[in-house]
Design a protein around this ligand. Sequence first.
Ligand code: FES
Length: 133
Amino acid sequence: MPREVEHDATGPYVLTPEDIDPDHGDIAVCRCGLSPEFPFCDGSHRATRDEDPDAVYRYPDGPDGERRAVADAENQGGEVGGGVGCAEGVVAIHEARGPRIVDPEELTAAGGRLELVLADLATEVLDGSEDDQ
Ligand code: FES
């Protein structure tokens, strides 16, 4: 069920009041790692519904393309790279199959500017530190 994903993160993802979805009144932040709109959820997590819980996957062509199992869950991160995102990015393991919902009050409490780093959204960052994000 985990996914190995490459991100081109070069710093924190900064959420502001402009990111609040007017239809839902909150911000859905992607934790599955598959959204082309990362860090925002766009529903791409639906592609994970039938993942084998014992496999680690990559989605080299994005959530609408074919996925491939690259390892079993106990050996995740053995072969890194080639996932969604740029070729020279930070590699992370994502296990979540749905978004983190940020309430506007959480944003207000953070001073109207909430910073998230990849380690807040992924299960594990394999290659790259928070300084690299
Ligand atoms: S697209 Fe990743 S959690 Fe929704």
